[in-house]
Design a protein around this ligand. Sequence first.
Ligand code: URP
Ligand code: ZN
Ligand code: ZN
Length: 492
Amino acid sequence: MGTLFKNGTVVTASDMVQADILVEGEIITLIGKDLSGDGHDVVDCSGKYIMPGGIDVHTHLDLPFGGTISNDDFDVGHMAAAFGGTTMHIDFVIQPIGGTLRDGLETWRKKSEGIAQIDYGFHMAVTDLNDDVMAEIPTMVDEGITSLKLFMAYKNVFQIDDDTLFNTMRVAAENGMIVMVHAENGDVEASLTPALLAEGKTDPVWHASSRPPEIEGEATNRAVVMSGLTGCPLYVVHMTCESAIDALRRGRALGYPVMGETCVQYFFLTVEDHLGAPGFEGAKYVCSPPIRTTHDQGILWQAVKDGTLQIVSTDHCDFWYDGGHGPWQEWAEKTGGTDWVGYEKQDPSYRRPGKELGKDDFSKIPNGMPGLEDRMMVMWDAGVNSGKISPSRFVELNCTNPAKIFGMYPRKGTIAVGADADILVWDPEVEHTISAETHHMRVDYNVYEGMTVKGKPVQVYQRGNKLVDGDEWLGNNGDGKFIARKPNAQVL
Ligand code: URP
Ligand code: ZN
Ligand code: ZN
């Protein structure tokens, strides 16, 4: 007995067709017209779209960063993702300074194994390159990790130098891997920040001045040039502005294997209205690179439409706005460390530190914001309902290109016979008002608070198992699988 999705409109990156879909076990076994429901569970999809589960290739769950740990983990974060139609994500393992890649991998396995509720993969962030680590890079392919991430910013935390970037690209190219960069000139930022603070410019809005678009454009160009020299596929994460898009476009015109993403928040938030909000409110919107201007938003929409950008992700990395509740010293003594997550579970009125860490100094505000649950609904409403992109381009940006670029296609990212049955039943008519009161992410604000979107997933399936049915959660810890990815993936 299988599950038959009947009478829906199937949306893939290339087509929109009326068809029925049969799922047996974990995979799609048949697609056709007027399939018989005899002996199967029938899901009536009249008036609905049937789409592949979303894939968010840029998340930071349970990440120690900025003096705290990002809130959502592989438990609650997964549930929130699925309520928004995302059935798989790729998170960033961080190599500990002085440690190996494998040390980082072990840490991220502990965060996820037996806990995960949706499928997931890992990118490997190289933070400390030496000859031993260089030799370790190819072994990551055997672990199903085929993408390396390098931070050109966050000096004295994650930042690498040009030597490291260039040599990592060489090794990656030899092994069929892709290199991802956070492209901002961290040295310039590290000079600008203290100068601003010395002038008394401590409010959240000054975060944008410490990381101007020029330093994103410069770093993007540097990485693009290195990709051209090494032949290593490059994927620039969270692109925000005209100078960076121009650099990517130039590289693509030269035939370099360079690609990029933006994140959904960069289409909506601005320095003026959000980062510059009264009081400390702007801290909610502190992320790096910073949110920009309406002019840059137009550039990003154009880049998404003309194919300069291939993916829209979230960079989900959420922190309490009103955090830091509870006697931390006592708890640290009790647990012999800083088990803030355990602390919160013991009593939900306790909260680990969050954005308030930077009350008097914008550079101490933990960088990042929530979005994992919102991405697809917001992109559908602002992209498809507005006529900027077609439903197929929506699927391409949120599902198919992520699978193609990161080595999971056609198992993931499409509706096809033999693919994993990661399926969204999407109701284009239903209206939903986004709010922190009702979202499933473990965070006390939503950057789209009050936005009413039309269109949402009403049922969500992962490998044939129903995870979401309306407002009901049906997933289980341990049901999410690590997805080993293949090298030599597509350059789009
Ligand atoms: O502000 C951000 N983006 N936080 C997460 C870490 C990163 O740079 O992606
Ligand atoms: Zn980044
Ligand atoms: Zn990130």
